[in-house]
Design a protein around this ligand. Structure first.
Ligand code: GRF
Length: 198
């Protein structure tokens, strides 16, 4: 059985969509893959309760508990890697995980580390993607599932979902439309990734 570990920071709607797809599509039987743990860097992340309701194991590695150390970012990533590697994952999924990871972390998981970014990469890397798309007059926006590399929001693209930008869109209305598509494209991209792995 291959283990998937999902990292969250907030509501975990993408994690929930993935977990529900894994149950609905019988990933353990079809891909010999299961969600071994949902790990959050924030103790109050709403996604932790959602994961527990689905019977998934959860864990918190609170990034704030490393502040004040000489190298807090590296110390957090090291603790996070230890928590993840307990499960010896075939795949680590960033799902609304709002931390920039150190190169050491990324290299350790490279090739088995996925993320979803709320824009049509390579356009609009970074934050506030929906407002930037509206401000640029884009007619379309969307989300991108990609391999994580040391360059932020830059790795090989696995899948994209496109939505129209409406004339009266706000960042929130566009974000909601994109998020609906994220919940479809991320589970599908992960299932395809699993089917391609030996
Ligand atoms: C989503 O916009 C996703 O694109 C980004 O984080 C946001 C929240 O995701 N990665 P979730 O609801 O916590 O899964």
């Amino acid at each position: 059985m291959r283990n998937i570990v999902i990292l969250i920071s907030g509501g975990g709607s993408n994690m929930l969509a993935i977990a529900q797809a894994a149950q609905r599509e019988h990933w353990p039987e079809r891909f010999q893959a299961r969600i071994a743990c949902v790990i959050s860097n924030r103790p109050q992340a709403g996604g932790l309760a959602k994961a527990a309701e689905l019977g998934l194991a959860t864990q918190v590695v609170d990034h704030k508990s490393f502040e004040g150390q000489s190298h807090p970012r590296e110390a957090f990533d090291s603790a996070l890697m230890q928590a993840i590697d307990v499960h010896q994952p075939s795949l680590v999924v960033l799902a609304g995980f709002m931390r920039i990871l150190t190169p050491g972390f990324v290299v350790h998981y490279q090739g088995r580390l996925l993320n979803i970014h709320p824009s049509l990469l390579p356009a609009f890397t970074g934050l506030n993607t929906h407002q930037r798309a509206i401000d640029a007059g884009c007619r379309f926006a969307g989300a991108t599932v990609h391999q994580v590399t040391v360059d932020l929001d830059d790795g090989p693209i696995l899948a994209q979902a496109v939505v129209p930008v409406m004339p009266d869109d706000t960042a929130d209305s566009l974000a909601a439309r994109v998020l609906t598509q994220e919940h479809l494209v991320y589970p599908q991209a992960i299932a395809e990734w699993l089917s391609r792995q030996p």
